[in-house]
Design a protein around this ligand. Structure first.
Ligand code: C2E
Ligand code: CA
Ligand code: CA
Ligand code: CA
Length: 279
């Protein structure tokens, strides 16, 4: 990966192609943005699929509030951050914001676990579980207030250490979710070894399960697979009611998607949670 994307050491701008130069600018800007605390979180609710539609948590999604470019989405800056070893800093900032928000919601009587996405490099850091523990303590949160979402890419390099760190986090009481399930490579091998609470089925299958019988079969059997492994299943990318009906029929536990609620800034999410009685 590092060889393909270059690393974050000192680079001279002369002789770089346009793409590299653009990336370098973003990287400098991103470092400055981090110094100026320009990252913000949007929150997307997760609800039960049953008719009562209870709120079971929110996923924190990072955005960069850029002074000129406006709100920048993660796909536009996380790859740069990843290749420049900035993910430790970014996840640290995201976890801090998420825990602070969770504390504020808790104080308002809104008890919703917050899920944070991890990147591969976070689990390469031996100090990561301690950092999480320190944040929980700082914001006086039970570990169960936090969920960490990981994709199978975390096991691509140094799987033993990554698994050990995930095990430490889970022993602390932090919840773990397998993200984007079904889109990567060794998915079943991953489920065999990873101790997760939730399985998030990628929207590629969910969005088509109302019209495509093959996608429907995949969704239905993945629900059964998750349940037989003792996991709850979350359908991602639920955009309409018809899909929710299907998911209910298949025994899916939770749903997340634009059809339920879009990711919203802290203020709007708070109002949404209060209106939907997340207590
Ligand atoms: P993800 O973890 O799979 O997050 C779900 C993405 O799907 C979000 O995009 C969300 O806005 C979008 N989404 C939610 N419901 C729907 C729907 O019904 N239809 C469609 N088409 N999309 C939906 P977003 O916020 O742009 O994030 C993209 C990816 O960036 C995330 O995918 C995650 O992999 C990564 N990411 C976001 N925040 C963080 C973060 O704080 N840390 C790390 N390491 N990665 C993050
Ligand atoms: Ca996620
Ligand atoms: Ca996902
Ligand atoms: Ca994703």
């Amino acid at each position: 990966y590092a060889a393909k994307h270059g690393h974050g050491g000192p680079v001279f701008a002369t002789g770089l192609d346009d793409h590299a130069r653009a990336r370098l600018t973003t990287l400098e800007e991103l470092r400055a943005g981090l110094d100026r605390d320009e990252l913000v979180l949007h929150y997307q609710p997760k609800v039960t699929v049953g008719p009562e539609r209870r709120v079971v948590g929110v996923e924190a999604l990072v955005r960069w509030q850029h002074p000129v470019r406006g709100l920048v989405y993660p796909d536009a800056f996380l790859p740069t951050a990843e290749s420049a070893d900035l993910m430790g800093r970014i996840t640290g900032a995201v976890l801090d914001l998420a825990c602070r928000q969770s504390r504020a919601w808790h104080d308002q009587g809104l008890d919703v676990p917050v899920a944070v996405n991890l990147s591969v490099s976070n689990l390469r850091d031996p100090a990561f579980p301690d950092q999480v523990a320190a944040l929980l303590e700082r914001y006086r949160l039970p570990a169960s207030a936090l969920e960490l979402e990981v994709t199978e890419s975390v096991l691509m390099t140094d799987a033993d250490n990554a698994l050990q760190r995930l095990g430490t986090l889970r022993d602390m009481g932090v919840r773990l979710a397998v993200d984007d399930y079904g889109t990567g490579y060794s998915s079943l091998g991953y489920l065999q070894v990873l101790p997760a609470d939730d399985l998030k089925l990628d929207r590629a299958f969910v969005s088509r399960c109302g019209t495509d019988p093959r996608s429907a079969a995949i969704v239905h059997s993945t629900v059964q697979l998750a349940h037989s492994l003792g996991m709850r299943i979350v359908a991602e990318g639920v955009e309409d009611e018809e899909i929710l009906d299907r998911l209910r029929e298949y025994g899916c536990d939770y749903a997340q998607g634009y059809g339920i609620a879009r990711p919203q800034n802290a203020e709007t999410a708070t109002a949404w949670l209060a209106a939907h009685a997340a207590v």
